[in-house]
Design a protein around this ligand. Structure first.
Ligand code: IVH
Length: 319
C-alpha cells in the first residue's frame, strides 16, 4: 500500500516539475525569443505531463501548459494595444512520424481530402480587414488577446492595406518571417556592434515585430506568408478554394500546397520538401496537414489548445 502512495506522490511531484519547466520554456520561447529547450524535448515533456494529468485529473487545470497556448503578450505598458481575437488563435498538435500521421487520419471521416502545406517558422499574425481596409494586425498573444502591431505590419509591402471586393469583415492569418538573407545581414551588423546575436530567423522576426521604432522594423525587411482565412459569408467551401480566392485578391498566400488523397501522398510531399526547403528564402520547420472541407473542419472542431482538423509534422532538427 505504501508503495502505491509513493508512486502517486512521485508522479505528482514529477507533474509539478514538468509544469514549471514547460511554463519557463514557453516564456523563453515567446517572450524572451531565446528558447533553450528544443521543440522536440518540449513536446516529449508535454506528452508526459498529459499522461500524468490523465491519471490524476485534478492536475488538469485550465492554466496547465497542456490546456493553453504559450503567450507572447507584451507587458501592459509596451506601447501596443492588447485586443481580443474574434476567433481564438490556437496552436497545432505536433507529430514526428508516419505512425502519428496515420493515427491522426484514422480519427477523420473516411476519404477526406487533406491539404499539405509548408510550416513556416516565424510568428503568427492575424490581419483584420473591415470594409476592405486593413484595420488591425494582432499577434497570437495568449490565444484570447493579442498585441496590435499594425504599424510594424505596414512595413511589409506585400500585405495589401485596401482590397476591393472583400466581405465587410475578413480575417486572414499567417506567419511573419525574416528571410534568411535579411537575418544574416542583421546578425552581421549586430556582431560588428557587439550586440547579442539572434539564434535563428524566428527569434529575429519576433524581436523585430515587437520593436517600437517602425523605421527600424522597415529597415530589417520582414516578409510574410498567409495560410488561414476566417470570417462569415465566405464563398469557398474548402480551405484550398479560400486560399486561391485570397491569392486572387492579392494576398501573399503560402505557396507549394498540395491536395492529398492518401497518407502515401502526404509522405511523399514531406520527403520532397524536407530536401527542397533548403532552397527557400525563408525558414520552415515542418509540414502542416489540414482537412480541406470547411464543413468537415467544423464537424471535427477543437480541443482546448488545437484544432482536430489539422496537425503539424516537424522535420527532424538539423545539426
Ligand atoms: S494553420 C488553428 N498553417 O505553426 C491553427 N499554421 O506550431 C491554424 N504555422 O500557430 C494554424 N505554418 O503560427 C498553419 N501553413 C501553416 C503554418 C502554420 C506555420 C505556425 C502557426 C501555428 C504554429 C503551430
Amino acid at each position: 500500500m505504501k508503495d502505491l502512495f509513493d508512486i502517486e506522490n512521485n508522479e505528482r511531484t514529477e507533474a509539478a516539475e514538468l509544469r514549471a519547466e514547460l511554463e519557463q520554456a514557453n516564456y523563453e520561447y515567446y517572450v524572451l525569443n531565446s528558447p533553450r529547450l528544443s521543440d522536440r524535448d518540449f513536446d516529449f515533456k508535454l506528452k508526459r505531463l498529459q499522461a500524468l494529468e490523465d491519471r490524476y485529473p485534478d492536475l488538469k487545470t485550465a492554466d496547465s501548459p497542456t490546456q493553453k497556448v504559450g503567450s507572447d503578450l507584451s507587458k501592459k505598458a509596451s506601447g501596443f494595444e492588447q485586443v481580443a481575437h474574434r476567433y481564438p488563435m490556437l496552436s497545432l498538435a505536433n507529430s514526428y512520424s508516419r505512425e502519428e500521421i496515420e493515427d491522426w487520419v484514422r480519427h477523420l471521416p473516411e476519404e477526406v481530402e487533406i491539404v499539405a502545406e509548408l510550416k513556416y517558422d516565424g510568428l503568427s499574425i492575424s490581419l483584420h480587414y473591415e470594409h476592405g481596409r486593413l484595420a488591425r494586425a494582432l499577434t497570437r498573444g495568449d490565444g484570447v488577446r493579442g498585441d496590435d502591431v499594425l504599424r510594424n505590419i505596414l512595413t511589409i509591402r506585400s500585405i495589401p492595406t485596401y482590397v476591393q471586393g472583400l466581405p465587410d469583415y475578413y480575417e486572414i492569418r499567417g506567419e511573419v518571417l525574416l528571410p534568411w538573407e535579411a537575418f544574416e545581414r542583421l546578425n552581421k551588423e549586430r556582431e560588428e556592434q557587439e550586440e547579442p546575436l539572434f539564434a535563428n530567423p524566428r527569434n529575429a522576426a519576433s524581436g523585430t515585430l515587437k520593436l517600437l521604432n517602425a523605421s527600424e522594423v522597415a529597415r530589417r525587411g520582414l516578409t510574410c506568408r498567409l495560410y488561414h482565412v476566417l470570417g462569415e459569408g465566405l464563398q469557398g467551401q474548402t480551405h484550398a478554394e479560400r486560399l486561391e480566392q485570397a491569392k486572387e485578391w492579392g494576398f501573399p498566400v503560402s505557396e507549394h500546397m498540395q491536395v492529398c488523397q492518401s497518407v502515401d501522398e502526404v509522405m511523399s510531399f514531406i520527403e520532397r520538401w524536407d530536401t527542397e526547403r533548403k532552397n527557400l528564402p525563408v525558414a520552415t520547420d515542418g509540414i502542416v496537414l489540414k482537412v480541406n472541407s470547411i464543413a468537415v473542419q467544423q464537424e471535427l472542431g477543437f480541443t482546448a489548445k488545437t484544432p482536430r482538423w489539422a496537425i503539424a509534422y516537424k522535420f527532424p532538427a538539423e545539426k
